[in-house]
Design a protein around this ligand. Structure first.
Ligand code: SAH
Length: 481
């Protein structure tokens, strides 16, 4: 699952004089926007040169200030909207233009969903060479969205710093490491916002020093809060530069009494000069080491460091669709490649004979085994390692899956894995993807043997450009096994 922040652009490179770029940095241009790119920026053309305008929408005419120029395309910031799209909405977040966490709040939600469906179609057509309209086309369903697309995130990771002598916590201002204080994030669960605000207040009152990134001094670097949306349990993680926290008993007592639902207070020590949030050492200061949550009927233990889907409500929608596509009846052998903490595996185990999960991160496999035990699941086996190595070994051992589910990171499946899938010839492949372009690339390879029957986009990250989808592939050519 991709991290939910906009990519920072690299340093400005002046284009060479001989290149025919019709705009220059700093110039304000008028441009008509014809579409949205996969990050949600408006796409316009000036004398055939492509300009991406953050905050502009398809069908609009805008004024934009060019801030970055490359050989074949450039970037601009919206200065003013001359002719607005009817799909434009007022972003409710007061720091929307400065934060960088969301990129589509200015587009009405129904249009965000349509846009995500279109992105999937465009990629399947352009990269996969598939037909997406008319006879024989792949059905790309309308995106499954949220009824209430706000306050869905179950995890907040807030950098702490100092501003005019006071402790602040919020987000990094664009292209800088200065922290803008923020009390409320509209895509964050209310419990997380409240917990972060309380911890900031408590830390200030106890004179706990905020981290200074430049001097590499101060104690409190990050406040991370997780909530089990179904259980209401809250975990507060304090990431500090040192092990010793002055007045730690008072700190714990205050958090315990002021944060609703708190079930776990954890300290993580990160002494390094790094952008990585967590250090190696984690200590439970009070309460449980983990909090719990449910996706469907499956219970998950969430620790300070463990990966867990950030939008559990939509995760359930995505996994139910995956389960439906797998179509297990109780007799099937299923492989879950890139299984993480075994979320999909445990979901599938309820309906299959046996599930084999493989994942490269050892801690995630530990969590997967723990979660299997927690749910009394006995028909799931997990193995650590690269899917492209472990699955061929399973093949050699004679494991014959009826269905292979893959849920790879943004870069998609390894080629060797795709080859193994074609050799193992499962009846179905169900491809869960967080990146429509690598989905399209990989489906093109699998189309040699599989019919891509349908694709279902699911909106896991409303108001951001992220597009998640699940595809059903059914084996076309029956060959002797
Ligand atoms: N299916 C899980 C997680 C999917 S995210 C869920 O729904 O929660 C993709 C996962 O692939 C990550 O956990 C990442 O650690 C893992 N991964 C990345 N490269 C891998 C590889 N080559 N082999 C196996 N797992 C890999």
């Amino acid at each position: 699952m991709a991290k939910m922040t906009k990519k920072r652009r690299g340093p400005q490179q002046a284009p060479k004089a001989e290149l025919n770029v019709p705009v220059r940095v700093g110039q304000t241009v008028e441009v008509e926007i014809t579409g949205l790119n996969h990050e949600g920026a408006g796409v316009g053309r000036i004398e055939g040169y492509t300009l991406f305008v953050d905050g502009a929408l398809a069908g609009e005419k805008v004024r934009a200030r060019v801030d970055h120029v490359k050989k074949n395309f450039g970037f601009a910031k919206l200065a003013s909207v001359m002719e607005a799209s009817t799909a434009r909405s007022m972003p409710p977040c007061p720091v929307y233009d400065r934060c960088g966490g969301c990129s589509l709040q200015h587009l009405v939600y129904e249009e965000q969903l349509r846009h995500k469906q279109q992105i999937v179609k465009d990629n399947l057509r352009r990269i996969g060479g598939f037909s997406v309209e008319g006879d024989g086309a792949i059905t790309v369903h309308p995106t499954l969205g949220m009824t209430d697309p706000w306050r869905y995130r179950n995890k907040a990771q807030v950098p702490i710093g100092e501003e005019n002598g006071a402790l602040v916590g919020g987000f990094y201002a664009e292209k800088s490491h200065s922290i803008i204080d923020m009390d409320e994030c509209l895509i964050q669960h209310q419990a997380n916002d409240e917990a972060v605000a309380a911890v900031k207040k408590i830390a200030t009152s106890l004179n706990i020093s905020p981290y200074d990134e430049v001097r590499h001094s101060g104690l409190l670097r990050h406040v991370v809060v997780k909530v089990g949306v179904k259980t209401g349990e809250v975990m507060v993680v304090l990431v500090t530069t040192e092990e010793t926290i002055p007045r730690v008993e008072e700190l714990v007592e205050a958090i315990r009494t002021q944060v609703t639902g708190v079930a776990s207070i954890v300290q993580n020590v990160n002494p390094d000069k790094t952008n990585v949030i967590f250090g190696k050492k984690t200590v439970t200061l009070w309460g449980s080491d983990v909090i719990y949550d449910y996706i469907g009927a499956i219970k998950f233990a969430i620790s300070a460091r463990s990966f867990y889907q950030v939008n559990p409500a939509q995760t359930e929608v995505l996994y139910n669709k995956t389960l439906e596509y797998v179509g297990a009846t109780g007799t099937e052998t299923v492989i879950d490649a890139y299984c993480g903490i075994g979320t999909i595996s445990l979901f599938l185990a309820q309906k299959s004979k046996h599930v084999y999960g493989v994942e490269i991160v050892p801690e995630a496999i530990e969590d997967a085994n723990r979660n299997a035990e927690l749910n009394g699941v006995k028909n799931a086996t997990f193995e650590t390692g690269p899917a492209e190595v472990v699955i061929p070994a399973w093949k050699e051992k004679g494991i014959k899956p009826d269905v292979i589910v893959v849920d790879p990171p943004r870069k998609g499946c390894d080629e060797a894995l795709l080859t193994t899938i074609l050799e193992m010839k499962p009846q179905k492949v169900v491809y869960v993807s967080c990146n429509p372009s690598t989905l399209a690339r990989d489906l093109k390879v699998l189309a040699e043997m599989y019919e891509v029957v349908e694709v279902q986009p699911v909106d896991m990250f409303p108001h951001t450009g992220h597009v998640e989808s699940v595809a059903l592939l059914v084996r076309q050519f029956v060959t002797k096994q």
